[in-house]
Design a protein around this ligand. Structure first.
Ligand SMILES: [Fe+2]
Ligand SMILES: [Fe+2]
Length: 489
C-alpha cells in the first residue's frame, strides 16, 4: 500500500501548534525558525527579569491575537504572563502592492531587503524595536501601586503587547538581516531603560514612569508617538515591515485608549470631589489635595512634561535622514496614500515654524527635508483631539479649567527649538525669566511626592483608588466587580 503523508494546508491563520505562534509559515524556514527559537529563551529571561515585577504567577485576563483579520483577531482569557503566546503576526498581504512614495513610487513593493538601503532600513527597525521593551522596563514596578484590578490588567495588556511588538521587530531583523540582524535582535534584549552604560536609544524611553498618572500620560502621549511612527512605517515600500506595522497598529489603539480614558477618569474624579466639597477654584490646590485627589494644575504640569519629552522623539524637524528614508521609499508620511500630491516632493515646500532673527516664524522649507516637521504636525493635531475630549469632563462638571497642549517650542531638547527658553504660550524668555517661572509649568519634587503618596494599591475586585473614577464599562463587557487579575495563592 502506498502511504503518503497528506500535505499541510496553507497557513494563513496563526499557527498555534508551533512553539512560536505565527502567520508567516515559520516552519518552512528552518534557519529562521532555529534563530527565533534560540532568541525565545533569551526573550523570556528578559521578560522575567525586566517585565512586570511581582505578578509573573498571577492569572491575568488578557487578549491574545489569534488572527490578523481585523474582525475577530483576539480572544480573551486568563493567562499567566510568561505563558502569553507571543508570536509573529503580519497583516494580510495586499496582492500587487506598489511602493506608494519616493523615487521608487509605483514599483512593486519589496519582498526582500533592497541592497542599497540595507543599512538605513535596519536602523529604522532597530530604533522602532528598541522602544518596545523600553516601555515595559519603564513600567515594571507600577503593578505594586495599581488603583484597581481593571487598571492592573490594562497595564499588563499594554506590557505583553509591547513585548509582542519587540517580537515583530526581532523577527524582521532575524529573517532579513542575517548575522548582524541576529546580533541586533540580541542587543534589543540587552539594553536597559535608564541604564547609564547601555541605555535605550531614545531619550523619553530612559525616563521613569514612577506613578500611574505618569503611566496614563505616557500611554496617551508617548505611545501616540509610537502610533505615528508605525503609521509612517506601515507605508513602507519594504512590504514585510509595512505588514508588521499595520498589525501592530491594531494593538496600539488599545494603548491610546488606556491613556486617554485613564486621564479622563482622573479628571472626572477630581471634578466630582471638588463639586462634593463645594470647591469652585481649581487653583485652590491645598483644599483640592486635602480631598485625596489630583488637582487640575498638577495634571496640566504633567501634560507639559510628557508632551515636551515626546515631541523630542520625532527628531530634528528638518532632517536629511528623514528625507533620505522617504526618498528611498522606506518610511512615508502619516496616511501617505490619502495625501493628495505627487508623493515624491521633489519641488514641494512645507511651512515650518523656526527661530529666525530672534523670533519664531514660519519658513517654507523643501518638503522632503520637512518630513519630520509634518509628522509632528500630524501628531499635535491627533493629541489635540484627545485633549479636547478631556475638556468635556470639566464642561460636564461646570469646572472652569482647560487642559491645553503647551507650545511646540516649550522645553525642547531636540530640533529647531533646542536650547531656547519658551513659555507654554510660545513667548521667548531669557534665562532668568525661565528659571523664575519654569516651576509653574513643570511638576516640582513636591508635586511628584504628592502623586507618589497617593499610590496606594487597590486589589479588591470592583474597587478603585480615591483619586480615579471607575471606567464606564468593563473589558470585553465584563461586570464591574470582575476579577481581572487573580493573584497567586
Ligand atoms: Fe509598541
Ligand atoms: Fe504602545
Amino acid at each position: 500500500m502506498n502511504e503518503t503523508i497528506p500535505e499541510a494546508p496553507p497557513r494563513v491563520e496563526v499557527n498555534y501548534a508551533d512553539r512560536i505562534p505565527n502567520n508567516v509559515d515559520l516552519a518552512s524556514d528552518r534557519r529562521l525558525q532555529r534563530a527565533m527559537e534560540r532568541w525565545q529563551p533569551d526573550f523570556l529571561e528578559w521578560w522575567r527579569s525586566m517585565g512586570p515585577d511581582g505578578f509573573q504567577e498571577a492569572d491575568v485576563y488578557l487578549r491574545t491575537a489569534v488572527g490578523a483579520d481585523p474582525k475577530g483577531w483576539a480572544v480573551f482569557d486568563y493567562v499567566k504572563m510568561p505563558d502569553y503566546r507571543w508570536g509573529i503576526l503580519l497583516a494580510a498581504k495586499e496582492e500587487g502592492r506598489v511602493i506608494p512614495f519616493g523615487r521608487h513610487r509605483g514599483e512593486p513593493a519589496w519582498q526582500e531587503v533592497p541592497g542599497e538601503y540595507r543599512a538605513m532600513l535596519k536602523r529604522l527597525i532597530v530604533i522602532q524595536g528598541d522602544t518596545e521593551p523600553a516601555s515595559v522596563e519603564q513600567q515594571r514596578f507600577l503593578g505594586r501601586t495599581c488603583p484597581s484590578l481593571y487598571d492592573l490588567r490594562n497595564l499588563f495588556q499594554v506590557n505583553v503587547e509591547e513585548a509582542r511588538h519587540l517580537w515583530a521587530m526581532a523577527y524582521l531583523l532575524q529573517k532579513y538581516f542575517g548575522k548582524d540582524g541576529r546580533e541586533e535582535a540580541e542587543a534589543l534584549l540587552s539594553r536597559r531603560s535608564g541604564d547609564a552604560d547601555r541605555p535605550r536609544i531614545l531619550g523619553a524611553f530612559n525616563e521613569e514612569t514612577p506613578d500611574w498618572l505618569s503611566f496614563f500620560m505616557f500611554t496617551f502621549f508617548t505611545d501616540r508617538d509610537g502610533k505615528m511612527q508605525l503609521e509612517s512605517l506601515a507605508q513602507s515600500g519594504f512590504d514585510p515591515l509595512a505588514r508588521s506595522c499595520r498589525f501592530m497598529l491594531t494593538e496600539e489603539a488599545h494603548h491610546m485608549f488606556v491613556g486617554e480614558s485613564g486621564v479622563a477618569r482622573v479628571l472626572r474624579r477630581t471634578c466630582e470631589a471638588m463639586r462634593e466639597a463645594g470647591i469652585d477654584d481649581p487653583h485652590d490646590i491645598e483644599r483640592v489635595r486635602a480631598l485625596g485627589v489630583i488637582d487640575l494644575p498638577t495634571i496640566q504640569k504633567k501634560v507639559n512634561f510628557h508632551y515636551s519629552v515626546t515631541l523630542d522623539l520625532f527628531g530634528a524637524e528638518i532632517s536629511t535622514n528623514a528625507a533620505n528614508a522617504f526618498n528611498a521609499g522606506l518610511k512615508g508620511r502619516y496616511r501617505e496614500t490619502r495625501i493628495d500630491d505627487d508623493h515624491q516632493l521633489l519641488d514641494a515646500t512645507y511651512p515650518v515654524l523656526e527661530y529666525v532673527d530672534g523670533r519664531l516664524q514660519e519658513v517654507q522649507e523643501p518638503a522632503l527635508n520637512a518630513i519630520n516637521a509634518r509628522l509632528l504636525d500630524d501628531y499635535i493635531a491627533d493629541a489635540g483631539a484627545g485633549v479636547k475630549r478631556w475638556n468635556r469632563v470639566m464642561d460636564d462638571y461646570g469646572v472652569d479649567f482647560r487642559i491645553t497642549l503647551p507650545h511646540r517650542a516649550f522645553r525642547r531638547a531636540v530640533g529647531l527649538f533646542a536650547g531656547l527658553h519658551v513659555d507654554p504660550d510660545g513667548n521667548l524668555l531669557d534665562e532668568a525669566a525661565w528659571q523664575a517661572r519654569s516651576a509653574d509649568w513643570l511638576p516640582s519634587d513636591e508635586d511628584n511626592a504628592y502623586l507618589l503618596g497617593l499610590m496606594e494599591p487597590v486589589f479588591e475586585p470592583g474597587k478603585y483608588a480615591g483619586w480615579i473614577a471607575p471606567p464606564k464599562s468593563g473589558i470585553n463587557r465584563k461586570p464591574g466587580d470582575f476579577e481581572y487579575v487573580i493573584m497567586e495563592a
